[in-house]
Design a protein around this ligand. Structure first.
Ligand code: FAD
Length: 391
């Protein structure tokens, strides 16, 4: 391969943020190269629960905030893209569920009062009963209330595969990345010995952003990591469930999503409060025991005697916030030709892309003619983690 290349936009990180951005820019005629040092989607993206939030969950804190209103349009944008009529053609991406549910077990009406105090919420949720309940909750012993949220749940492996397809020949496996400077200005990156010049360089490498910034001699924007200790369980007796189960507080007690395993069984992926601070402190064995107790309490009619269990430790990477609070928007910072950011949620990948596109427009960055790219070493696709943890 030649030892120098040039492109309009050089993107670092092949998670959902980078892949979505790459597809959008290519669609607009920009030439791009996307660098990935591991597997495409193999960071947080494939380990996410795939929920396309519309922000309703955040209304558990009371009224929707301005910031969470920004996320409200995401289900529509994704729905259109998956329908093949949106900003990207994501037809073929598997929709696991057309809705996410809010499930209040027993008589916990109290914690829903502030939630339904918001008019915006009342217009977005509807209570479901009987046959309209999610399959896993259709049981005579089920007690509680269930509300349908107009939020989608996606099969992330099929999303990553489709975005990788839209990337054409722009993907490049990269091991070593160093700055390429001219007269002290960053003009590109040297990737495994190949100098790649670009009009703009975008770092969206998730948890890898901090290390990349350090290699460029930068310590801003600062990043925070939020560790989680998720649980997966596979059983012949599991039916699909996509729900936030409410506890006494403002955070869901457990968030359940269901993922199809290659042996035809369903895998439940459990997050929410279970996976946060106390869960992080537990050993895998103690965390599995805590999850068993939760499910025995919440869905006692499901026989899990054949179940296989595993845990997954994973960190969310986000821009640093005071008190480790969760940002509700995609985040983008700039310095010269360098743009750095985090979508903060898979659902917000379109918002992240909007922010980059707005900078390109503001700066008058246009697609320019480039030599066709040589064959680049292509990064592998990430495999669903449940296939590896529960073969
Ligand atoms: P990543 O997916 O982490 O991708 C970054 C990529 O950059 C990786 O592939 C990595 O290998 C690569 N990389 C790193 N360093 C380098 C380097 N030096 N050179 C080249 N490449 C590099 N969001 C939702 O909207 N809905 C959900 O239901 C949801 N559930 C979640 C559940 C869990 C357990 C977790 C952890 C997160 C969840 N999220 C969810 C958040 C969501 O997963 C992330 O916000 C999103 O995936 C981040 O995408 P990304 O592309 O920025 O990062």
């Amino acid at each position: 391969m030649s030892t120098s290349l040039s492109t309009d936009v050089l993107i670092v990180g092949g998670g959902v943020a980078g892949l979505w951005l790459n597809a959008r820019l290519r669609q607009q005629g920009y030439s791009t190269v996307l660098l990935e040092r591991g597997a495409l989607g193999g960071g947080q993206s494939i380990k996410s629960q795939g929920i396309i939030h519309g922000g309703t969950k955040y209304a558990l804190h009371g009224a929707l905030t301005g910031a969470s209103e920004a996320i409200a349009d995401m289900p529509r944008r994704w729905r259109e893209a998956i329908g093949g009529a949106g900003e990207l053609d994501l037809a073929g991406v598997r929709l696991l569920s057309d809705a996410h549910y809010l499930w209040s077990p027993g008589t916990l009406a109290g914690n829903l009062t502030s939630f339904f105090a918001s008019k915006a919420v009342r217009s977005r949720v509807e209570q479901v009963k009987g046959n309209a309940l999610p399959p896993a909750l259709q049981n005579a012993r089920f007690k509680g209330k269930v509300y349908r949220l107009s939020e989608l749940v996606l099969d992330v492996p099929s999303l990553i595969a489709r975005l990788a397809q839209l990337a054409g020949d722009s993907l490049m496996a990269a091991t070593q990345i160093e700055p390429l400077r001219e007269s002290g200005e960053l003009v590109g990156l040297i990737v495994d010995g190949v100098a790649i010049r670009a009009q703009r360089i975008v770092l969206n490498a998730g948890a890898g952003n901090a290390e990349l910034l350090a290699s460029l001699g930068l310590d801003q924007p600062a990043m925070q990591r939020r560790p989680l200790h998720m649980v997966i369980v596979k059983s012949v007796n599991l039916k699909p469930l996509y729900a936030h189960c409410l506890g006494g507080g403002t955070k869901p007690r457990v968030t359940v999503t269901s993922h199809p395993a290659s042996d035809g069984r369903w895998v439940w992926y459990l997050g929410g409060d279970l996976a946060e601070a106390d869960g992080v402190a537990r050993s895998p064995e103690a965390q599995i025991e805590a999850a068993r107790r939760e499910l025995a309490d919440l869905v006692p009619w499901i026989d899990l005697s054949d179940a296989q269990w595993a845990t997954l430790r994973v960190e969310r990477a986000e821009p640093a916030q005071s008190n480790q609070v969760r940002p509700d928007n995609a985040f983008l910072a700039e310095q010269g030709r360098l743009l750095v950011g985090w979508p903060t949620k898979l659902a917000l990948a379109p918002d992240f892309s909007d922010r980059v596109e707005a900078v390109l427009t503001r700066d008058g960055i246009q697609p320019t003619p480039h030599e066709p790219l040589p064959a680049l070493p292509r990064p592998p696709m990430a495999k669903p983690f449940w296939e590896e943890l529960l073969p």
